[in-house]
Design a protein around this ligand. Structure first.
Ligand SMILES: O=C1O[C@H](COP(=O)(O)O)[C@@H](O)[C@H](O)[C@H]1O
Length: 230
């Protein structure tokens, strides 16, 4: 069963997730001298990003990337990188190195090589990864009916980063794959709002992971920490 942390409100969740991330980053820097964090985009993480950005951490030894990205320019308000720059790479965390998952190439396929090269400069495996979840049960860019979904949620996936297109994904996407996320020292799911609880309950039930891809994570990591508030 997952470890469900039910918090009062968004501010409490932000503090709890920031505590979780800070502990993982501090432990890894103490052990290895540097650490990497992968965060989600979307609407949920803003407050958590702002809280984390104020924490006393050795930010100059920390690299931050995303678990997934929409293939748009950073000027777009759909850009997850834009969200990270505006709300996380601020305050004390301004000293961290941010490695975006998108570039100016016209498609994720065209940009993949350069993104992989940039990611290689980070320390691996991740010290921490924070996932979100959409109302359709997608996480990262593991979308139902995604053209590379089966490859992305294969625990033995050969690639760590792959493009993804799906009918409900909006833009073309790029996403870290399941084994990269599972390899993190600390992995958690951060969700907020009454509407997400029944989605989570359904995901914890039976059914194919391709229908609700968050199941791939819940099943591979049964003790997953889940942070939620109404
Ligand atoms: O498109 C995305 O959506 C999910 C969930 O976002 P939310 O707006 O419901 O919080 C997010 O985790 C993912 O990173 C993002 O690309």
């Amino acid at each position: 069963m997952p470890e469900l942390h039910e918090l009062k409100d968004s501010a409490e969740v932000a503090r709890a997730v920031a505590d979780f991330v800070s502990a993982a980053l501090a432990a890894r820097v103490a052990r290895s001298g540097m650490a990497s964090l992968a965060v989600s985009g979307g609407r949920t993480p803003t407050r958590f990003f702002e809280e984390l950005s104020t924490r006393d951490l050795p930010w100059d030894k920390i690299a931050i990337t995303l678990v997934d990205e929409r293939w748009v320019r950073e000027t777009s308000d759909r850009s997850n990188a834009r969200l990270v720059r505006q709300h996380l790479i601020q305050n004390k965390a301004a000293a961290a190195r941010f490695v975006p998952l998108a570039n100016d190439a016209p498609t994720p396929e065209d940009g993949l090589f350069a993104v992989n090269e940039a990611l290689e400069e980070m320390s691996w495996p991740l010290a921490c990864a924070i996932l979100g979840m959409g109302d359709d049960g997608h996480t990262a860019s593991f979308f139902p009916n995604g053209d590379h979904l089966e490859e992305a949620i294969d625990p033995d996936a050969a690639l760590g980063l792959i493009p993804m297109r799906a009918p409900d994904a909006g833009e073309p996407r790029i996403t870290l794959t399941l084994p990269v996320l599972l390899g993190a020292d600390a992995l958690a799911l951060h969700i907020e709002g009454e509407a997400k609880k029944p989605v989570l309950d359904k995901a914890l039930g039976e059914g194919p992971a391709t229908e609700m891809p968050i199941r791939a994570v819940l099943r591979a990591k049964p003790g997953l920490d889940i942070f939620w508030c109404p």
